[in-house]
Design a protein around this ligand. Structure first.
Ligand code: AP5
Length: 213
């Protein structure tokens, strides 16, 4: 099964992608996580991506597509995968489609997690992320068992650099301009499914699981 998660920054794509990945035993591939890992490791890719991410802009398509296509060619993707944060532009979607077409393959579902902009800023300000294993929490809605500590690996949780309110506003603007057109793109391909992302995370997951089943 090959799934794309669509939705505004902070809509809950990563939270849901994790749950789906566990249920279906397929890899959760987040381009944002790949870039953050490279930033942490100080690679050339990380240095380049950071300039864009800190301003809430998108990393250029050419670079992002190359990384993603390399990643989905790995052995662990042979049974499928869930893409979180890719594609984010029409050219990215077309590049993925072209590659899959060469393999006589296709995406099964594009799941749009729908959350209005008003809810987003609140979600981002309460988000806490694990720099070690990538798990995500919310101080009110999805708190860790022990404040400030990751349930999964025990690392100290952090606030992401791009979760500052000014950067979040820019990320939302970029989302509406460059990523939202993908909703129509996948609707036309008849694989778009939309879920109400304002509900409790477990309810959102049940709605997605119903679609996938
Ligand atoms: P990326 O890491 O992909 O960030 P994003 O899309 O902005 O998405 P987020 O990770 O912020 O949010 P999410 O929807 O996953 O929500 P989450 O589950 O964490 O990208 C970061 C940057 O990298 C981009 O700005 C860009 O620069 C670059 N980049 C990445 N991919 C790229 C690409 N393809 N092309 C170009 N550039 C790219 O949830 C958010 C919060 O809400 C959490 O605190 C969570 O606990 C909480 N929450 C989740 N669900 C619920 C719920 N149902 N109710 C209440 N709270 C909830």
């Amino acid at each position: 099964m090959k799934i794309i998660m669509l939705g505004a920054p902070g809509a809950g794509k990563g939270t849901q992608a994790d749950k789906i990945a566990q249920k279906y035993s397929i890899p959760h591939i987040s381009t944002g996580d790949i870039f953050r890992k490279n930033i942490k490791e100080g690679t050339a890719l990380g240095k380049e991506a950071k300039q864009y991410m800190d301003e809430g802009k998108l990393v250029p398509d050419e670079l992002t597509v190359r990384i993603l296509l390399d990643r989905v060619a790995s052995d662990d993707c042979s049974r499928g995968y869930i893409l979180d944060g890719f594609p984010r532009t029409i050219p990215q979607a077309e590049a993925l489609e072209k590659k899959l077409g060469e393999l006589d393959d296709d995406i099964d579902f594009a799941i749009n997690v729908d959350v209005p902009d008003e809810n987003i800023v609140n979600r981002m300000s309460g988000r806490r992320a694990c720099p070690k294993c990538g798990a995500t929490y919310h101080i009110k809605h999805i708190p860790p068992k022990k404040e400030g500590i990751c349930d999964e690996c025990g690392a100290e949780l952090i606030i992401r650099d791009d979760d500052k309110p000014e950067t979040v506003k820019n990320r939302l603007k970029v989302y509406h301009e460059q990523t939202q057109p993908l909703i129509e793109y996948y609707d036309k391909k008849k694989i778009l499914r939309t879920v109400d992302g304002t509900k409790d995370a477990e309810d959102v997951f049940r709605a997605i699981a119903d679609i996938l089943e």
